[in-house]
Every structure is written in C-alpha cells, then in structure tokens.
Design a protein around this ligand. Structure first.
Ligand SMILES: Cc1ncc(COP(=O)(O)O)c(C=O)c1O
Length: 492
C-alpha cells in the first residue's frame, strides 16, 4: 500500500510497495473463516495457464521492432500505479524514504565504505571480485544455515534478482520454453524471463479454498504441480524449470522444509531446474513461521539443477543499489550467467561496499535485524488489527512486507473489471494497493497491501482504505458463507 498525498500536489503516506520496510504476524488465513459475503464464483478454476505475453499485441511503433513494441507495452501497462505515486509523491520533511533505510544509511555512509584502488576500477572477474564472493559465501552459509560452508566458486554476483531471472531464463531455456510458477506470484517475473529470453510462465493456480485441517489458503501441492506440468506438456509447451519464491510474494507464505523437499523431488523426477527466490529471507519477523532456506537442507535432491537467488533490495531495503547473487553448484550455469554479467555486473566500488556490509555480522545480528523485525512486527500488528476491526479477512504468515487481503465482498460482481474499478477508487483516494490480477490470482477481489511503513503513515493509509470501502456496496450479508476456513491444524 502506498498512501499518496491528498491535497493538491502533496501526497501523504505511503506504504511503499516492494522495496520498503516491513511488520507482524498473525498467521494463516486470518478471518477467512468469517468471510460471509456472497457465493464464490461457481465456475471451476482452470488449474494451470500458459502465459503468452506477445498475445496482448500492443499497437506497434514504426521505430520499434515487434519485440520492442512488446517490451514498451510492459512498461506502459504495468507501471500506472507507480507513475501516479511518483508524479505526486508524498514528501514528509523532504524525506520520502521508507523506514528500513534509516538504520542502514549511517552504515553505508561510514568512512570505510568508500574505498578506491586501481583493481576496483578495472574490468573485474565477471562472476564478481573474489573478495566479495568469499563474503557472500560466508554470509549465505551463516544466514541460510547451510550444513557445510558454501563455496565462493558457486557464487555469481550481479545487479539484482530481476537480472538474475532474466539471465537464468536465457541460459536454461530455448526461446518459447517455459518455467512453472505457483500463482499468485510477484508479477514482474513475467517480464524478467520474457523480455530478453522469450521464456514463458506456466501458472500453477492456487486458490483460497481450504480443503482440510492441515491445509491453508493458496497452498501449493505436488499434485497441483503435476497437473500443471501435464497440462503444459499436453499443449506442447516444453517446461524447463520451476520457480519458487520463499518467503512468497504476495502471500507472505513460507514453505516448510518438508514441502520444499517435496517440490524439489517433483522437479528432480521431471528433470526440471528449480530457481528458489529467497529475496525475503531475512524479512521473516515471526520465528514461529518456521522459515528455512533451501540451502539449509541436509541434502538437495538435484543440486545440479537447484539455483538459489538472494538480493539486498528487500532484506536491506536497498532496491536502488542493485545487488543480487546466485548460488549454484552447477558450474556450467554459473559460468553462463557470469558471461551475461558483462551486461549486469556491479561496479568495483559497489562490490567493495557490499563486502563491507555483508561481513559485519555483529551489526546485522545485534542492531539491524532486531530493529527491522521489531518494526515489521509492529507495523503488521497495526494493520492486521485494523483489518480485523473492519471485518476484512486476510492471509499472512509472519514474513515479507505485505498482507494478502480478501476484498471479494466489496466487488458487486466477481470480475477483474470490478477489481480494477475498486483499485482505481483506492488510487483516487490516494492510496495505492496492488490488485490480484497483477499477480495472476484467479479469484477477483484479492489485493496486496504493503504494511512496511511508519505508523502514522499506515494510519492515514488505513483511513483511506476504510473510506473507500465504506462507500462500496457490500454484498448481501445473508449470502451463504464461502467455504474458506482458517486452518486449525498445526501450520507446518
Ligand atoms: C519475489 C521477488 N523477487 C525479485 C524481486 C526483484 O528483486 P531486485 O530488486 O533484486 O531485482 C522482487 C521485487 O519486488 C520480488 O518481490
């Protein structure tokens, strides 16, 4: 959620979306069991979908290739909310920064952070300077709790996870091939794998229905993966890999070690690569969520096809610095990605800074993470209590910066058109949420609400959410309750 200034050109609060700070955990599908509005869409959902970004066929420009037109279309269509926000940005004492940045800035501006020596100004080893890869390997060994020390030679550093998705798509797939991805998912990945690599995504659609005591809303199962894979194969689409985001964006979900193992075994059976995006690894603010990095597993079923991604954009609130890293035991993959780092590499000076930052475990453990988690937890508590008071069900698991909110009862009809209309009403009221369709959610009416912000801005943002919803007709109270329940059994 971004809260935008209300008056004239001033916008107010913001719940910065992806790259901000963070807040609490209730768990599971809070309030989903109470949700009572109207009958859910009765049509059975298709359980998978093969994406075809070119099918949108944008109007072409005489100056652009057909690829260029598709690429431009992504920019035009995907950025409306952010453009609106940036054109009219909240300015509180000339400081629009998000909370996460404040404890970090002093660290990055310390005198030992700026270091210039000739070696840092030359073409580097494209995998990244050895001193940085050594530091990344130590950092990941410690924070991912790997059973054995991770190796610098398996590390490649580059400018963010977005580039890494793009690079992996290029080196793992032929044009037109695909990756499986559980949906809803962080929608920009569609572009990351498509714009250069021409790789498509096959959505494994998850739904909110809870089918048993041990299940939770939007739960990924091997059965769903199998069905989606078969469906794609039957359409002649070659699937080369599976993308897992853990902790998940937008669900904030966390896979248990057992689930991870099952998904990896599935991939191994079908000789699929697995790209595990752990960009929110250190933004788990509820211990009870049981988060474990894939690198902590005692044994990876298929180490040569398991590739782990992490970046500083979320966990350190530094999305503008552009730092990401790949960890893979597969030398061919690491080398091919490194070869693309000629276009995605980091300046030597930034590599030096990153090494300094990542080596300071005392500061990270004693200052940064406790502070960050406490703020995330407080912000999450604030927003989730407000949502409960409003009778709005939501899904949240104690990780990430967002809550997945069920506003289906506020849609006069269960359509994506109505979902977008509601989103526009929020935007007109100067609050920016993200609608479910942007994450390929199949049920219209879900919204991602980012809570990683200061309390007074959250308060303002929530007021505006409330105003919009109060003006929205609610579906009949007498309608039968949805068959959605908060899971009662142990949450993994
Ligand atoms: C799950 C996920 N992966 C990757 C990214 C992009 O990361 P980066 O900024 O490092 O490119 C984001 C950004 O929001 C994200 O949410």
């Amino acid at each position: 959620m971004f809260t935008l200034p209300q008056k004239e050109s001033r916008m107010t609060t913001a719940c910065p979306d992806s790259d901000s700070i963070q807040g609490l955990a209730s768990n599971k599908g809070d309030g989903l069991e109470r949700e009572c509005s109207r009958k859910p869409d009765q049509k059975p959902l298709k359980f998978y979908g093969v994406g075809d970004p070119a099918a949108v066929l944008p109007s072409s420009s005489p100056y652009l290739s057909s690829r260029g037109s598709v690429i431009k279309w992504f920019w035009d269509s995907a950025e409306e909310g952010y453009r609106t926000y940036h054109m009219d940005e909240y300015d509180e004492d000339k400081n629009p920064s998000v909370i996460l940045l404040s404890p970090l800035c002093p660290q990055l501006s310390q005198s030992d952070m700026l270091h210039v020596e000739p070696a840092l100004l030359q073409y580097p080893d494209w995998r990244g300077h050895l001193f940085l890869r050594e530091e990344v390997a130590r950092f990941l060994s410690f924070y991912c709790r790997s059973p054995a020390p991770l190796k610098p030679e398996n590390v490649v550093v580059l400018n963010g996870c977005a580039s890494l998705f793009s690079a992996l798509a290029m080196v793992l797939c032929e044009a037109g091939e695909a990756f499986l991805i559980p949906a809803p998912y962080y929608g920009a990945i569609t572009q990351h794998v498509y714009l250069y690599g021409n790789v498509r995504l096959v959505c494994v659609y998850l739904d909110s229905e809870v089918t048993g005591l041990e299940t939770r809303p939007f739960q990924l199962t091997v059965e769903k993966l199998e069905m989606a894979l078969q469906g794609a194969n039957s359409e002649g689409v070659k699937v080369k890999g599976l993308i897992l985001i853990n902790p998940q964006n937008p669900l904030g979900d966390v896979y248990s070690p057992g689930e991870l193992q099952e998904y990896l075994e599935f991939a191994k059976r079908h000789e699929l690569h697995v790209m595990v995006d752990e960009v929110y690894m250190l933004s788990v603010f509820e211990e009870s969520s049981g988060y474990r990095s894939v690198l902590s597993l005692e044994r990876l079923p298929d180490p040569q096809r398991t590739h782990v991604m992490w970046a500083t954009s979320k966990d350190f609130g530094m999305s503008g610095l552009r730092f990401g890293t790949l960890y893979t035991e597969n030398r061919a993959v690491a080398t091919a990605v490194a070869s693309l780092c000629r276009y995605h590499g980091l300046s030597g000076l930034v590599q030096y800074q990153m090494a300094q930052l990542l080596r300071d475990h005392d500061w990270i453990n004693q200052v940064y993470l406790p502070e960050n988690h406490a703020r995330l937890k407080a912000a999450h508590t604030y927003v989730s209590e407000d949502l409960r008071a409003l009778g709005i069900p939501f899904v949240s698991h104690g990780a990430g910066f967002f809550i997945w909110v069920d506003l289906r009862k506020y849609l006069p009809e269960a359509t994506f058109e109505e979902e977008e209309l509601l989103w526009r009403r929020f935007l007109e009221n100067k609050v920016l949420l993200s609608f479910g369709k942007a994450f390929e959610c199949k049920e219209p009416g879900w919204f991602r609400l980012v809570f990683s912000d200061k309390t007074h801005r959250l308060r303002l943002g929530m007021q505006r959410v409330r105003q919009v919803l109060q003006g929205q007709p609610q579906l009949a109270d007498g309608a039968p309750p949805r068959q959605i329940q908060e899971p009662r059994g142990p949450h993994r």
